[in-house]
Write a protein that binds this ligand. Structure first.
Ligand code: ZN
Length: 316
């Protein structure tokens, strides 16, 4: 029994419109689900992914409007790393990010930058044969597109403390402080870096948790494995698009194990993912009251598609 790499990563935004502009506009991901926080339906839970909303490419944000900036520290994921196909793709992103006002740090095989709220991101040239998970942005050639997560980097001053639990979750130890979690179809890395001196502070631009992918039929068994490894997992929670358990691992990182499926097409057709507000069944009867209270969001994909079409049709 193996986990299929990262399922999704969830972070915090204090500025949902700017968040949509960056991830669905600048980075060319698809906004595959626009829903509300299950505990507070006055704020969004936004999901960006590849075109199909696949596990392995899904970055999600809880919206806390106006949230103070956070800071990654001990026990927190501090960097999200995506795969791209080539050095040429890194050059493409370095140029595109610069033209849209984002500073980058280019090195062989790597491009580092931060989102508008300070969340650290990195693109790396992929080292695997995992099927690419790409979105169809109108202004990003598919050869340049982000191809799903390579992994996450977290801070821990005592990564050895996590060894027993990660081993019971079938993570494979790699080089010092690094682990690989790989199943039949996909894998990703999980690395611990030495933490900064300053304490972490949750807030805008920080990661809330990282979820690893389980086959539907193995989910309960993974809960047992987590218990055996010394964790205290929650009961299984139905998130409608997947089922989840949560627990904190000994280095302090909040882990989730989420099922691959039922998926984002359970409540709207795949060709229209994320276009309208999706509500959990318990809130559907309140739609008329909930929808007007939410922050209006831009649609950068539609705007860029129109701009690309206008550009292609313009006389040169
Ligand atoms: Zn989650």
């Amino acid at each position: 029994m193996r986990l299929e790499g990262i399922h999704h990563i969830t972070a915090i935004t204090g500025d949902a419109p700017r968040n949509v502009e960056f991830y669905a506009g600048t980075l060319g991901l698809r906004l595959v689900k626009k829903t509300v926080n299950q505990d507070d339906p006055t704020v969004y839970h936004l999901f960006y992914a590849d075109e199909r909303g696949s596990a392995g490419a899904d970055l999600t944000f809880f919206e806390y409007p106006g949230a103070a900036p956070g800071r990654a520290g001990e026990g927190m994921v501090h960097r999200v790393v995506w795969r791209v196909a080539s050095e040429a793709a890194l050059d493409f992103w370095a140029e595109r990010l610069a033209s849209e006002g984002t500073a980058t740090d280019r090195a062989p095989g790597s491009l580092r930058f931060s989102d508008p709220e300070g969340l650290d991101l990195e693109l790396v040239v992929e080292q695997t044969d995992d099927p690419p998970l790409t979105a169809a942005a109108p202004d990003v050639p598919v050869a340049m597109a982000l191809r799903g997560f390579a992994g996450v980097r977290a801070y821990s001053s005592r990564p050895e403390a996590s060894r027993e639990l990660l081993s019971s979750l079938a993570f494979e130890p790699g080089a010092e402080r690094s682990w690989e979690v790989r199943g039949e179809r996909r894998g990703s890395f999980h690395v611990y870096d030495e933490p900064p001196a300053e304490r972490g502070r949750p807030g805008a631009g920080t990661v809330h948790h990282v979820a690893f992918a389980s086959l539907l039929e193995e989910h309960e068994a993974w809960r047992s494995r987590a218990l055996e490894g010394g964790a205290q997992p929650t009961p299984v929670i139905d998130r409608f698009y997947f089922r989840s358990i949560y627990f904190r691992e000994p280095s302090g990182v909040l882990f989730e194990i989420a099922t691959i499926g039922p998926g984002f097409a359970t409540d709207e057709p795949e060709e229209h993912l994320g276009e309208r507000l999706s509500l959990p069944p318990a809130y559907e009867s309140l739609r008329a009251r909930i929808e007007p209270r939410l922050t209006p969001l831009p649609d950068p994909r539609a705007r860029r598609r129109a701009a690309a079409a206008a550009g292609a049709g313009a006389p040169s």
